[in-house]
Design a protein around this ligand. Structure first.
Ligand code: AKG
Length: 300
């Protein structure tokens, strides 16, 4: 039996069970057309197409401090009633636009997990992701690897290369694309492997994101000390992640954890054994509808 982590809980028992199993859920029609239109107009008021190649333009990084806080509070005011409909109790992190710029700078975002932001032995950090335009194949589907949060659970500091790049081609075979319309949302564990295809539509592909934690969860900044090959995790306030200073935080925040950075070696065999063992849980996601996928999952 998996340990129950402290995280937000969904009001709908079916969604709860799906999240427990897959490490992500989809909430169709999360926001109505009027809310999406308001968010789009905030987006257009702040977005400047980047001059240089950029995988994702992020309002929490690519606009100045006052503007990013303003964007966050405007988005949260619109998101709050929708989030309250689905989630029992939560503390939102901050909200931001994540945008795949238009074609000339388009690129895919390879499969990865997000950096740790809580003590993952006890807590789970969830991410809210909602497109403001329909996601079609030319706009770059977001995809997930169901259940991968249970396999790739090594705590990942900010600013290190994804340590499992050598597995990318293998992992990609397990990806399930999400077919989302504007206003549909996905909520996923930061540990669930995900990525997205290039936006080749010639237009920006804006998405609204925010972090969601249980009110009892403390946020941590996982700092990677390259010289010591060590991770030091510091207790921080949510605002920390909007302030843009990710230099050595020693002496500024309380140290909560310290450990050598040694992600365990995983092989394609470990991944295929995981699905083999849990096939009864995941078979509906693969195989039946997609014969190609069945070919890849050699144990089926
Ligand atoms: O917005 C996207 O296409 C992907 C976002 C993502 O993978 C991330 O924020 O880690």
């Amino acid at each position: 039996m998996d340990k129950k982590l402290i995280r937000i809980r969904f009001k709908d028992a079916v969604k709860e069970q799906q999240f427990e199993q897959d490490g992500y859920i989809v909430l169709k029609d999360f926001a109505d057309a009027e809310t999406v239109a308001k968010m789009l107009s905030i987006f257009h008021a702040h977005y400047e197409p980047p001059a240089e190649k950029m995988v994702c333009w992020n309002s929490a990084v690519n606009v100045d401090d006052t503007e990013k806080k303003h964007i966050s509070s405007e988005l949260l005011a619109l998101l709050t009633p929708c989030l309250q409909r689905h989630i029992i109790a939560y503390r939102e992190h901050f909200a931001y636009f994540l945008t795949k710029p238009a074609e000339k700078t388009a690129t895919n975002l390879a499969i990865h997990r997000d950096a740790s932001a809580v003590d993952e032995s006890e807590h789970e950090y969830l991410i809210f992701w909602m497109p403001l335009v329909d996601i079609t194949s030319d706009r770059g589907y977001l995809y997930f690897m169901p259940g991968s949060n249970k396999l790739f659970d090594y705590q990942l500091p900010i600013g290190v290369d994804w340590p499992y790049k050598y597995l990318n081609d293998d992992l990609q075979k397990y990806a399930v694309n999400l077919n989302l319309k504007a206003g549909d949302a996905a909520i996923f564990s930061g540990k669930t492997l995900h990525g997205s295809f290039a936006n080749q539509s010639g237009e920006a592909r804006p998405v609204v994101c925010c972090g969601l934690v249980n009110p009892a969860t403390e946020l941590l900044y996982y700092y990677y000390d390259r010289d010591r090959n060590n991770v030091d995790a510091y207790g921080v306030m949510p605002e920390f992640f909007l302030q843009g200073d990710f230099s050595d935080p020693a002496d500024k925040y309380p140290l909560k954890m310290s450990f050598p950075y040694q992600p365990p070696r995983l092989t394609p065999r470990d991944v295929s054994d995981f699905y083999k063992k849990n096939w009864s849980l995941y078979k509906d996601k693969y195989g039946f509808l997609d014969r190609i996928k069945k070919k890849y999952l050699s144990f089926v």
